[in-house]
Design a protein around this ligand. Sequence first.
Ligand SMILES: CC(O)(O)CCCCCNCCCN
Ligand SMILES: [Zn+2]
Length: 669
Amino acid sequence: QTSDAPFFMIPTAPEGGANNNSPACKIEVPERLTVSHGALVRNGLTDRCICLPVREAVDAEILLVHSEEYLEAVKQTPHMTLEDLKEFTLQYGDVYFHPNIYHCAKLAVGSALQLVDSVLMGKVKNGMALVRPPGHHSMRSAANGFCVFNNVAIAAQYAKQKYGVKRILIVDWDIHHGQGVQYCFEDDPSVLYFSWHRYEHQKFWPNLKDSDYDIVGKGEGAGFNINVPWNKVGMENSDYLSVFCHVLLPIAYEFCPDLVLVCAGFDSAIGDLEGEMCATPDIFAHLTYLLMNLAEGKLCAVLEGGYNLTSLAQSVCQTVQTLLGDPLPPLTNLTGPCRSTLESLQCVRAAHRQHWSCLRHAVDLPTFEISTIRIKSSGEENKDEAEVWEEQKSPEEKIWPEPPKRVSPRVCSAVVLPDGVVCPDACERLSSSEDLGPHLLTLKKDFLKDADDSAVTALSRVFSLIDKMKNNEIRNGLALVGDAAMTMTCVVQHVAAEVDSRVFLVCVGNGNIPGHIIEDGKTLVVQISGEDTEEQGSKYYVPVCLKKGCTDTSGFAQAMFSLLLPLGYQHNPSLVLLVRMPGSGVCDIMWQQLTALLQSFAQGHTLVLLQEDDKACVGPTASILLGNPAPPLGQLPASLKEDAEAVERLRSRLQADWNLLLATAPENG
Ligand SMILES: CC(O)(O)CCCCCNCCCN
Ligand SMILES: [Zn+2]
């Protein structure tokens, strides 16, 4: 079931080999591709991908974004002397031209388009284009920031023109603001551009007022441009995850794109001297995965920046491994977002509240001064003064652990089904001959006093599923049982008995959660239902009451991103237990999206419990457990006022204990 995530290699231009007075770029070097590719080979990832052929873009494709005069000017560069080339670059900012860069820039665009073709024609599920030069700074008539042609912007226009794609999400996780992409689509509601970037109140390159959180797009495009400024360096995994949970994912699901393009720059990773951030390479495994249930998994990642060759190679491997469907690595010590992130979160959510119903309840702009107000109030500082502010000190050398190995168990999904129920393709049925021995006695004694033998047998098989997940023999499991509630209680008790186990129990639908499974602090329970059990809530029991119950997709989705995801990440469980109570009313697609999202945790060790009369749910659930993308929910309407308020009440009650839920800066200084 692994997807063929293709990638490309671009023959690298012999950069700056000429005489030493031609300024060659010191960080955007050929080794970026050879080291990344080498790591993919070493990790056995190239063997699991298909390598798509590369091609040069043709003029018409480049002209989808760039002007004729700019293209004509760049066309002259191969024939220029080094002196002319130097002269040529003076009209642009921070860009280097070499006689061969026009050729490479056409290959970079052409490769991105080959990837878009392969994904949109269904030849591959997703993929990554490893290209140079990068693209997201280049503008209609200007090269900028190492970029000549805007690879991703051209890919988006190409997808719209050739395939009639209606809505495209561009996620730019490079540490620099892709102003070229922003300018290209700022009045275009069919392309939602999201970028986070080092900003430091406009002190960091490219020092643009246009990069701040209040630049939301123009005219028809208002709301379709999201800027998240990092006003401090040293941002960590928690900061990145909280922006995904509280800004990007809710809006992206409301937008419901048909295609996801990623400006995959890895200078936002630890060790990169441009970004000076502290997020570790394994964060890109999660960022990639969280986008893979949009657009039915149609995702094209295109390399932008990334200048520390060690963290670049590790980040590329983490991204490709996720595209291939491997289990996600656990993210440990998520300490929660820093204050500066909370200020940015609050500002971005306030700026977009009027454009996206999922942010309707976001609080207003903070009163205290937090963003570029300082610079704005003293008039636009001229650029070189801003440049002078750039950090003078040379950032110290960072070290970080190798990302953990991500091993796919031999079996992906194992199932426990009553005899009459067919085992879904590619699933492995736990054979009835499974020796019940070790569990039988404890079951009889501890769990099932007067239950009939079939219940005992079913429960012992469910326990076997859990054992196999613990030994990583299987990734996830699904059981169709006579009594989901009773099985759920027994499973929690059984797992909680182990020392270093932590269960994340997600219960969809009404049903009583026995108090004793919550008090030990090892089990975190989120129950989404129509029952108002809010006052029974505690630190480890989160009852989400939706007015219309689980049938309401918007309310459910809002609870998923702003509550369930942050809680799950912070709880960092060893097992996810997803229970569908009878009569929950949740629609299959919502259920599939939830099943998919929960695979972010516990290295994909998810146990799903279905009640026997939900037999029709076995197929759709198994499909997700096997790694297929969940179908789209459709463009989400506003959730009910009561539901949004209920979720906000829960967040404000819980955020003291679970600070990944925070999305606003505390008032006190
Ligand atoms: C693809 C990319 O976003 O990584 C390119 C970054 C260009 C950085 C230019 N720095 C200029 C500093 C001037 N004092
Ligand atoms: Zn960058």
